[in-house]
Design a protein around this ligand. Structure first.
Ligand SMILES: [Ca+2]
Ligand SMILES: [Ca+2]
Length: 169
């Protein structure tokens, strides 16, 4: 979870603010595969993440540190209605990086996902190898969403999905 805080702190100032989310939206939007409608839904889903999962609760100028995020995520994991919606922007991340529209994410497309998160190609290769369970070199939308959610919902370090959002710190 600390890893996730570090990754989402895109401008690397040690705290996460809505600015970081705006950078994220811009990077995935600029890939050019989301329709204007999808961009709106993607932004709404991220706003929900920011307000409910990060605990900003509607204050656009708040800064969330690592400890606050950890405490808030514990609350999310233990709250049924919030648990259900964890990582709701995942389908839009998927569509944004599925460049050939094949409905599957290849290793090359996964590298695009990582590059938008500010992570290296090498990290993308290592994570992909560990989350592509049947080793067919592809992630379906269902797998992608499941793995991305598992990162938040499962406590076990060795569970698939633990490397989904980048190498653990
Ligand atoms: Ca930041
Ligand atoms: Ca694809």
């Amino acid at each position: 979870m600390r890893t996730h805080h570090q990754v989402i702190d895109l401008n690397k100032d040690g705290v996460v603010s809505w600015d970081d989310f705006e950078v994220l939206i811009a990077r995935f939007t600029e890939l050019g595969h989301l329709s204007p409608k999808e961009i709106n839904k993607f932004t709404d889903a991220l706003r929900h993440v920011w307000e409910e999962e990060w605990g900003a609760s509607g204050d656009p100028y708040v800064f969330i540190g690592q400890e606050q995020f950890l405490a808030q995520m514990e609350h999310v994991v233990n709250t049924k209605s919030l648990r259900k919606r964890v990582a709701s922007p995942l389908p839009y991340f998927f569509s944004a990086v599925d460049r050939d529209g094949s409905g599957e994410i290849s290793i090359e497309e996964f590298k695009v996902f990582y590059s938008c998160l500010g992570l290296s190609e090498q990290a993308a290769e290592e994570s992909f190898a560990s989350i592509d369970l049947n080793k067919d070199g592809k992630l379906s939308k269902k797998e992608f969403i499941k793995l991305g959610r598992n990162f938040f919902l499962s406590e076990k370090e060795h569970k698939p999905g633990k490397l989904f959002w980048g190498p653990l710190v």
